[in-house]
Design a protein around this ligand. Structure first.
Ligand code: FES
Length: 168
């Protein structure tokens, strides 16, 4: 494949190859979610060209990779901040105060759902159930680190600790 800005690093391609190897021969398409995740980790977000590159690498039509990337909200189709906070607002989290948590996040960060702070430090996204309802309300940082019981009154300290620990 020709080198373009959408081209992924050798490390990312090796990681995608490892995902492909988990499926039967001729079923590369099954690795599409992992491949998009790996591409997003390298690029920071998924441009249409990056999605098309992943599709070509998996030998599937670009629209099939695009369908996946646009369906799941852990994929970012535009640039995001250094720390992306995704708050679950489904029923169990809502019953435990996710609406108040959302309001506190928006007030403290000065942004609404789907927005990024002007300094590029924070992005706020609304999420679907993470399967961790016992810890409601739940926030996932940068798609990887889960934080439970994030009630509205904890938000100032929560944001402070994320800033101090670089999103951890
Ligand atoms: S409803 Fe929020 S984690 Fe399940």
């Amino acid at each position: 494949m020709p080198e373009t800005p959408a081209h992924l690093s050798a490390e990312s391609l090796a990681a995608i190859d490892r995902e492909i190897a988990k499926y039967p021969k001729g079923k590369k398409a099954s690795a599409v979610m992992s491949a998009l995740r790996i591409a997003q980790k390298e690029k920071g977000w998924l441009a249409a060209e990056t999605i098309a590159f992943v599709a070509e690498y998996l030998q599937i039509p670009a629209i099939r990779a695009m369908e996946v990337a646009t369906f799941y909200n852990m994929y970012d189709l535009k640039p995001v901040g250094k720390r992306k906070l995704c708050l679950c607002t489904n029923i169990p989290c809502a019953l435990m105060g996710a609406e108040e948590t959302a309001a506190a996040l928006q007030k403290n960060l000065g942004i609404k759902w789907g927005e990024t702070t002007p300094d590029g430090e924070w992005t706020l996204k609304e999420g679907e159930c993470f399967g961790a309802c016992a810890g409601a309300p739940v926030v996932i940082v940068n798609n990887e680190k889960m934080h439970e019981n994030i009630t509205a009154e904890k938000i100032p300290a929560f944001l402070q600790s994320l800033k101090a620990n670089n999103g951890e």
